[in-house]
Write a protein that binds this ligand. Structure first.
Ligand code: SF4
Length: 463
């Protein structure tokens, strides 16, 4: 397949090759009709952010298909309540579309609150609710007053924009909780963890590091999240914001209203993990003079365990090629660096929601010729994976079949993963997973790989 048949003319300004002129990539715009975007809708964006709040009720107001779309796509572990693992929908039917769905929503909310006793409820508006004009806010207010818990509307009608708009809707809904709890017992050396979703227990790894440094975590926002913690999170001294888009809006609103500063961090890979911990230590060094030394000791201990193990995997992986397609591009920055430690070469990197600044930073850290792509579709991804002869593709649930159909290894670095990939221990898990996938003998039987291996053997014989 040639590039002309794969890349639509209108999409060409959303693709850039590192080293080929100044980067001016088009991004953060509506997906092109007919291009079958990998992107999720606004509702999905807000649901994935809020869903890990484990003691809240999550009710999707719309047809049943919307609820199925995002149900349980995030493992998001909880150390306590499991209410978030249940999926509720008002299951709007044709008559509700004609006569309105408010009564049904009110009845569903009352029944579910009586049955499950949540500490708060989130009500997600879907496309059809925006079209028929249900007054979701009024219903939520009425039920909240009646039941004595916060019932929060999430303005997440799917057609309102792209996934990034969903993040903002989630942050706006959550912000209504912030500032409503008692902060009397919050210590001065304290943080909130924003933008980690505890897919496979990562929050617990990071909390352990912070505790060893002497820093108390007030709220996880939102992995393993609790309503009461979010209510008092404005008492923390610092917000640590991971992920480029998901919770940045909340951090900005908290800075404006409560004066809580924020630091952008990443817990992926060696440098970014260590740098994030040092940022925290630096922030608190006046309040706690021993914190820098404790952090150095922690990083040293962890690296002494990690580095010899990584060296073993690197021997096999050296020179192999990687493509990645992620939700937020902030994750891609850390992954590019993590792959360097494994001796691997990143040849394509793309994201659903990257900004111009994100892509400019990616250009800085990738090798000449690397494809940088915004809001890609399956045909484009397949095209570049084949053209660059990739060994491992890193992505999420929608990218997995692309890799397997093309006969290349795959690493799930998104919602569905079951292995913790953050922290120093996560870097080791990551290396192990990449190694298992890239080195699997199964690729010898996939047609494209088999052809390449046969060609390499023939070449070796001829030499
Ligand atoms: S685009 Fe609209 S109809 Fe489709 S899942 Fe999202 S909210 Fe539901």
């Amino acid at each position: 397949m040639t590039e002309t048949t794969t890349i639509l003319e209108e999409r060409k300004d959303q693709i850039h090759l590192t080293g080929q002129g100044a980067i001016d990539i088009a991004c953060n715009r509506e997906s092109l009709a007919g291009a079958v975007s990998q992107r999720a809708c606004v509702f999905c964006g807000s649901r994935v952010v809020l869903y890990p709040i484990a003691d809240a009720l999550h009710l999707v107001h719309g047809p049943i298909g919307c609820a199925v779309y995002t149900w349980d796509i995030r493992g998001s572990l909880s150390s306590g309540p499991m209410l978030h693992r249940l999926s509720f929908s008002t299951d709007l039917q044709e008559t509700d579309v004609i006569f309105g769905g408010e009564k049904k929503l009110e009845a569903a909310l009352i029944e579910l609150i009586d049955r499950h006793h949540p500490n708060a409820a989130f009500v997600y508006s879907t496309c059809i609710v925006g079209i028929i004009g249900d007054d979701v806010e009024a219903v939520c207010r009425r039920v909240g007053e009646q039941k004595g818990i916060p019932v929060l509307p999430v303005q997440s009608e799917g057609f309102k924009g792209n996934k990034r708009a969903g993040y903002e809707a989630a942050c706006k809904a959550m912000f209504k909780l912030v500032g409503t709890g008692d902060v009397g017992d919050v210590p001065p050396v304290s943080v909130n963890i924003l933008g980690d979703f505890n897919l496979a227990g990562e929050i617990w790894i990071i909390r352990d590091y912070l505790e060893r440094m002497g820093v108390q975590v007030v709220a996880n926002i939102t992995g393993d999240g609790r309503v009461a913690d979010i209510r008092r999170c404005h008492g923390a001294a610092l917000n640590l914001v991971q992920c480029s888009g998901a919770t940045m809006e909340l951090a900005k609103m908290m800075e404006e209203q409560y004066g809580t500063p924020f630091e952008r961090v990443s817990y992926l890979g060696i440098e970014d993990m260590a740098e994030s911990l040092y940022k925290v230590a630096d922030f608190f060094k006046d309040k706690d003079p021993g914190i820098v030394e404790r952090t150095q000791k922690l990083v040293k201990e962890e690296l002494e365990r990690l580095m010899p193990e990584l060296a073993r995997y690197r021997k096999d992986l050296e020179g192999k090629k990687v493509a990645m397609y992620v939700g937020g591009s902030f994750k891609a920055f850390s992954l590019v660096k993590a792959f360097r430690h494994l001796g691997m070469k990143v040849v394509m990197v793309g994201s659903q929601t990257g900004t111009k600044e994100d892509y400019a930073e990616l250009e800085q850290i990738t090798d000449p010729g690397t494809v940088i792509i915004d809001d890609a579709n399956p045909l484009e991804l397949s095209h570049f994976i084949k053209e660059k002869d990739v060994d491992v593709f890193v992505g999420g649930v929608k990218e997995r079949p692309i890799a397997y159909k093309l006969g290349v290894g795959f690493c799930d670095h998104n919602h569905e993963r079951k292995e913790a990939l953050e922290g120093f221990v996560g870097m080791l898990n990551f290396a192990r997973e990449i190694h298992s996938s890239a080195m699997s003998p199964v690729w010898r039987f996939a047609p494209r790989r088999a052809n390449r291996i046969a060609a390499e053997k023939k070449e070796a014989v001829n030499e």
